[in-house]
Write a protein that binds this ligand. Structure first.
Ligand code: 13P
Ligand code: SF4
Length: 310
């Protein structure tokens, strides 16, 4: 990128010229969040992708999110600033192995968490996100047998909340499994008035300590509505930008990771940069596209989710 240009102004100009919309997840860098047309959790972003009248969607997020946007708006051009922005949770569930796993439970309905490949969604009956997983399971008859994947931690959480016996795939997110229980206990004793909030992709022993468990937008809403002045936040650190913006006088402390990790950043989400966003809009590359057959099969379970979550 030419170092003399005003990159933010150029992104705004290209966006108008090409009738593009920038959708950003809360885990993006602050400067990307600040230039986005819409910032949200996975459910909000897929609802936006389904209803936008833009010609082009630039997805500041990871690959499975751009795929979901393409599935919901197949006639639009969907761009992802860095094609290498993947997801460890999605990688933990290769579709060919999941297909074999599914064969063992022929009378089960398959619910997949949106953090998975389009091929995996095509093998599913209903998709869910962290903000509607409990609601979706509860919407099904009590005797309905269910396979839930790929996140075992979210699956365990849904099992506890609904009292249902789900068959779980053994997948997890690398970011949400790094939190140190001992360090969180120490921090809470230093900040006894702080609320501890966690994303349901965290492990059971972390969630057990939480004052609130929810999706990124659920956590943000909680910090706005709760009268506490301090919050210890167990999720990817990008969300702290919106929390601080919404409540400038409150204090937000990232939950401490174990000794192996230095911070709570998702290496995939953080691959996106303003420069890549600019190049992506300028060259209209890299594009995320999918075979029509995958789009058709993956759309049904996502639309089923959107109907339940309206
Ligand atoms: P939500 O924003 O839907 O809570 O998802 C969190 C996440 O891990 C996305 O990668
Ligand atoms: Fe995947 Fe976890 Fe990164 Fe979200 S935070 S994109 S679930 S690796």
């Amino acid at each position: 990128v030419d170092p003399t240009i005003d990159i933010v102004a150029e992104i705004q100009r290209l966006k108008k010229e090409k009738n593009a919309v920038i959708l950003a997840h809360y885990y993006q860098d602050a400067e990307i969040q600040d230039i986005a047309d819409y910032i949200g959790d996975s459910l909000g972003l897929s609802q936006q992708a389904a209803k936008t009248d833009a010609d082009m969607i630039v997805f500041a997020g990871v690959h499975f999110m751009a795929e979901t946007a393409k599935i919901l708006s197949p006639s639009k051009k969907v761009l992802l600033p860095d094609l290498k922005a993947g997801c460890s949770l999605s990688d933990s569930c290769p579709p060919h192995l999941f297909a074999k796993f599914k064969e063992q439970y022929p009378d089960h309905l398959v619910i997949t968490y949106v953090n998975c490949t389009a091929e995996l969604k095509a093998l599913s009956d209903i998709v869910c996100t962290s903000s509607n997983a409990v609601e979706i399971v509860q919407s099904l008859p009590a005797d309905q047998k269910i396979i839930f994947g790929p996140d075992k931690n979210l699956g365990d959480y849904v099992k506890k909340k609904t009292g249902r016996d789900l068959v779980l795939w053994n997948g997890a997110c690398m970011v949400h499994e790094i939190f140190s229980q001992d360090k969180i206990i120490d921090l809470r004793s230093q900040f006894p008035d702080a609320k501890f909030i966690a994303h349901p992709e965290c492990e059971d022993h972390i969630l057990a300590q939480a004052d609130y468990v929810g999706s990124t937008s659920g956590m943000l809403k909680y910090t706005i509505e709760n009268s506490a002045q301090q919050f210890i936040v167990a999720t990817e650190s990008g969300i702290l930008h919106q929390m601080q913006k919404a409540s400038p006088t409150k204090t937000f402390i990232p939950a401490p990771p174990n000794n192996v990790c230095a911070c709570n950043d998702c290496p995939h989400m953080k691959l996106n940069t303003l420069e890549k966003l600019y190049n992506c809009l300028y060259y209209e590359l890299p594009e995320v596209d999918l075979p029509t057959s995958v789009i058709e099969r993956a759309r049904k379970p996502i639309e089923r989710m959107l109907e339940i979550s309206e």
